[in-house]
Design a protein around this ligand. Structure first.
Ligand code: ZN
Length: 440
């Protein structure tokens, strides 16, 4: 089996030791990292060697997204969450065809890869189209097919068949050795009856699959549900109904109190933190510093491109610490290392991929190269400054090359094997049609 060696001026491992390696060598064999360290220590090598220069690091992980919403990007700006969903988003999305979702996902996957995002966890309908698009473009996908009341929650029968359809989809597509794994995506406890969420959670546990659900995104979304249940919090209700018992990813988790944090910690719930989306929709500031202090794993996420409005996770790497610091009025809160760890290793773990998002032996070879020859990356007088430059000033424009499972998918800032111009034209035409046909 051939081993390819990649040489760079620096590498950030994002493993538990968070090493910054100088004159780094990274070996890839059969899609996995077979060696990583300093060149002077590297084992003998007779396969291809790639002199890259620059800085290597794990690919970024978008832990919560609805990427086909590239088709409705920017719509309804300025509305409160519920109006935004019910008056603009859902009417336009209601007109979407599988072919629209395919193009929406292709464009979004290309946008992510070009900015260095190598994995995404998607909650959306049209799951077959999303898998096809991810495979076309070459991004790692955790597909959690959506279950949402407007389409599936009107009767138990409809939901049962949806659960069975997702279990069948899992059987056909879930394969951790490939780019695609599968979970379940019930929208939220305010949108679906608790009994239905409980049924979905049980189906997910039967397969040891990820359960991906929105929790406590906005301040008042749970008021009705909580009033119906004697004032118990949404998280108490989820826990009581066994919904947090398996492998659970709770997106947003903004309005979570100390008891909720304790429940998450006990149940080992992972969180997808979406600081830019939460600020854009004025949802609030999630208590992620308290969560991580309690041992809860937190990934970073863009949320859908309609509430962000882009899929460049570098903005979350910057805004997560900014939001945490301005909320705590403490400049020592959430370091650049914390932000980069959440964007890579921790994000990968919360979406169920324990062996990617990190540069270490045995991990899947999902990695990116940043160009360091850039005004924003000088001076470097010590290692911490370079890590700080990457976290605070890094952006998609610094990413020149991207590999997913050892395959190069972005070369010299161009996406390989994909017609980006065509995808842009398709989204323009299809986005216009959705706006027109929904009258929004
Ligand atoms: Zn969401």
């Amino acid at each position: 089996m051939t081993t390819s060696r990649y040489l760079a001026d620096y590498a950030i491992t994002c493993d538990a030791n968070f090493l910054l390696l100088r004159n780094a060598a990274l070996d890839v064999t059969d899609g996995r990292i077979s060696w990583i360290g300093e060149q002077s220590q590297a084992p003998p090598h007779d396969g291809p060697t790639n002199q890259l220069g620059g800085l290597l690091m794990p690919g970024l992980v978008n832990s919560h997204a609805h990427t086909p919403m590239t088709l409705v990007r920017g719509a309804g700006d300025g509305l409160p969450l519920m109006d935004w969903l019910t008056k603009v988003m859902w009417p336009r999305e209601g007109q979407m065809t599988p072919e629209d979702a395919l193009w929406g996902m292709r464009l979004g996957a290309a946008e992510m890869l070009l900015s260095g995002v190598t994995s995404t966890c998607e909650m959306y309908l049209f799951e077959e189209a999303l898998v096809e698009a991810a495979q076309d473009v070459g991004i790692r996908l955790v597909m959690t097919p959506g279950i949402i009341s407007a389409l599936h929650g009107d009767s138990f029968g409809a939901t049962d068949s949806r659960i069975a359809a997702i279990a069948d989809f899992y059987a056909r597509h879930h394969d951790p050795e490939t780019l695609v794994t599968v979970g379940f995506g019930p929208h939220s406890a305010y949108d679906l009856p608790l009994e239905l969420c409980s049924e979905v959670a049980s189906a997910a546990r039967d397969l040891d699959a990820l359960l991906h659900i929105h929790v406590c995104e906005t301040r008042h979304e749970g008021a009705e549900l909580e009033a119906q249940h004697g004032g118990k919090s949404t998280i108490e209700l989820l826990a009581e109904h066994g919904i947090l018992d398996g492998r659970v990813l709770a997106a947003h988790s903004v309005w979570v109190n100390e008891n909720g944090i304790e429940t998450y910690a006990q149940k080992n719930v992972g969180v997808a933190h979406c600081p830019v989306s939460n600020m854009k929709l004025a949802s609030g500031a999630a208590p992620v510093v308290s969560m991580r202090a309690r041992g809860i794993q937190v990934g970073l996420a863009t949320d859908g491109p309609a509430s962000n409005d882009d899929l460049d996770l570098w903005q979350e790497i910057k805004f997560a610490p900014l939001l945490a610091r301005v909320t705590a009025l403490d400049a020592a809160t959430m370091t650049p290392r914390d932000a980069l760890t959440m964007a890579t290793t921790e994000g990968s773990r919360v979406i169920g991929n324990d062996d990617s998002g990190v540069l270490q032996i045995g991990a899947k070879a999902d990695f990116i190269r940043l160009e360091l020859d850039d005004p924003t990356f000088v001076p470097v007088t010590n290692n911490d400054e370079l890590i700080a430059h990457v976290a605070w000033s890094g952006s998609g424009r610094h990413v020149t090359d991207v590999w997913v499972q050892g395959t190069q998918v972005v070369a010299n800032r161009c996406i390989t094997n994909f017609d980006l111009e065509r995808a842009i034209a398709e989204i323009q035409t299809r986005g216009m049609r959705l706006a027109k046909d929904s009258g929004t």
